[in-house]
Design a protein. Structure first.
Length: 195
């Protein structure tokens, strides 16, 4: 269950920051990380049409501007993708759609007999109505040979970060510290906490 109201001290005044996402897993992850910086957020499950692009940064920026025109308050959005060189970067910015259509099983089938190197990329776009500020994060690793673990969401059961043997779904604490989203959120949190 999401809390109803959060505030943060920002420029000496109380400010509510909305995280525009329809994914409750992403919201929980962001809430946990940003709380460490004294930043509290509100869930805004606004559905946004995404512009098509190969860049998570461009998609996040466009969504932030569209969300601001609807909500008219400080907010951030996040876009991420799993980029697999052996599949020419696929699923990339189509990751959420591909997960719905093919599932993790489909990704494993596509990689049968292929190089399994992969990279997760994330972009957070924050706006108060004027400019959009971007914060990015990435993590390299590989796609596992099978679905492993029950934690997390999305591609977590098939992604093993570089230097590790467990998937994010097998070791959620790894994801909290190493994931592409965690890295982008940490940059975002550090930036806001300096204000």
């Amino acid at each position: 269950m999401f809390k109803n109201h959060f505030t943060l001290i920002y420029h000496g005044a109380h400010l509510e920051i909305s995280f525009v996402t329809s994914n409750p897993g992403k919201f929980s992850e962001a809430e946990k990380i940003l709380n460490k910086y004294g930043i509290n957020i509100v869930h805004a499950p606004l559905h946004l049409e995404e512009k098509r692009s190969e860049s998570v940064e461009e998609i996040a920026e466009g969504c932030a501007l569209r969300a601001y025109s609807a909500l008219r308050k400080p907010l951030f959005v996040e876009d991420s993708g799993l980029f697999v060189p052996a599949l020419n970067g696929f699923p990339g910015t189509y990751s959420a759609w591909v997960l719905k259509k093919l599932g993790n099983e489909g990704i494993l089938r596509l990689l049968d007999g292929k190089e399994r190197a992969a990279e997760f990329r994330c972009a957070i776009a924050f706006t108060e109505g004027k400019d959009v500020r971007l914060f990015t994060g990435s993590v390299r690793g590989r796609v596992s040979g099978s679905i492993r673990g029950n934690g997390g969401f999305g591609y977590d059961p098939v992604f093993i970060p570089e230097g590790e043997e467990k998937t994010f779904a097998e070791a959620p604490s790894l994801k909290d510290s190493l994931s592409h989203r965690a890295r982008a959120l940490q940059k975002f949190g550090e930036s806001l906490s300096r204000k």
